[in-house]
Design a binder for this molecule. Structure first.
Ligand SMILES: [Ca+2]
Ligand SMILES: [Ca+2]
Length: 328
């Protein structure tokens, strides 16, 4: 999506085009703006996930510098309409995307006005969280931001989350004129496909829970168990049938992160790809440490094709998988 094009179109519709259209009467500029927003924001894999979503920040410099100004759809980089925290260390701004997405890229529209303070963003970290208490680093921007309007950072691995936070790691004001969060156009090949596992810890910990589309990493929700779990044995495995052959490149596991403190159970797994269930070839390994890590992403060490993906323990422990995403 081209936001500058959107801005130009909106400019046009608020001036010459509208005057032309409105020769016979009044025109609802808001309605036209909404139509354009619909056209350019919806239905595209490049749709910004953050625009018009709920935002908050740790401090607010003045009453009119609210967090929402960074997702209001207005990309202007003149300070009076940007989100703005106080001048402190560790100040942050955060957006709730509404549900979990595979987050790949964040673009900030930086301040670009008489203040000459575009360098205030030198020293920020981007974080993605399944919940607001489980942040994982996606990437950093260390500058120089002075004179740069578009600051784009791509996560250094495949990450899933509902919340995106931008946090200062040096003391300064955090000024954000607009923040665009994008997801990958890649669709997971494993979601809602047929899954099985070698053993099942209890009746309610079935293999399907790792491809049910629910990425929650809290194993127990009331009386309900929401992650796939095998028994505590060596060589236990979980497997998904992708339905047909694909090139398999990346596997992301949503690891358990709750009061159990047992995220380390995944230390020691091997990922395998098979044309058939009897012809496994290794794609890669994860040897840890997984404790406290929600997104565990492994990329195959070579080009591989297969219909089945298996995750097998190579040390004795429970194999606990809250969600497994397989990508081409
Ligand atoms: Ca804005
Ligand atoms: Ca799940």
């Amino acid at each position: 999506m081209n936001f500058w094009r959107l801005a130009t179109l909106c400019e046009l519709c608020s001036t010459a085009s509208i005057n032309e259209i409105s020769g016979q009467g009044s025109v609802d500029k808001v309605a036209i703006g909404s139509l354009m927003r619909y056209k350019y924001y919806e239905g595209s894999s490049n749709e910004s996930l953050s625009t018009l979503k709920q935002a908050e920040q740790s401090t607010t410099y003045r009453d009119s510098s609210t967090a929402h100004l960074a997702v209001d759809g207005n990309p202007s980089s003149i300070d009076t309409i940007c989100a703005h925290t106080n001048n402190q260390t560790d100040d942050w701004w955060m957006v709730d995307l509404g549900r979990v997405f595979e987050v790949t890229t964040v673009t900030i529209i930086n301040r670009f006005d008489d203040c000459n303070c575009g360098g205030r963003l030198d020293g920020i970290v981007y974080e993605v969280g399944i919940a607001t208490g489980s942040w994982e680093e996606c990437g950093r921007f260390l500058g120089p931001g002075h004179g740069v309007v578009n600051i784009t950072t791509t996560c250094d691995r495949t990450m899933h989350g509902r919340y995106v936070r931008i946090r200062k790691i040096k003391q300064d004001y955090l000024s954000l004129c607009e923040v665009y969060v994008y997801r990958s156009s890649n669709e997971s090949l494993s979601t809602l496909k047929q899954a099985e596992q070698s053993t099942t810890y209890r009746d309610s910990s079935t293999a399907h829970l790792a491809v049910d589309g629910n990425p929650s990493s809290i194993e127990t929700s009331g009386n309900e168990h929401i992650c796939a779990i095998t028994n505590n044995q060596p060589d236990d495995w979980w497997m998904v049938d992708l339905g047909r052959m694909f090139q398999v490149t990346t596997v992301t596991i949503i690891n358990r992160i709750d009061d159990c403190n047992c995220g380390g159970r995944l230390d020691g797994i091997v990922y395998e790809v098979g044309i058939a269930t009897g012809s496994w070839e290794e794609c890669g390994r994860f040897l840890g440490p997984g404790d406290g890590v929600v997104n565990i992403t492994t990329t195959c060490d070579r080009t591989m094709h297969g219909r089945y993906v298996r995750i097998r323990k190579i040390k004795q422990d429970y194999l606990t998988l809250c969600e497994v995403y397989v990508y081409s």
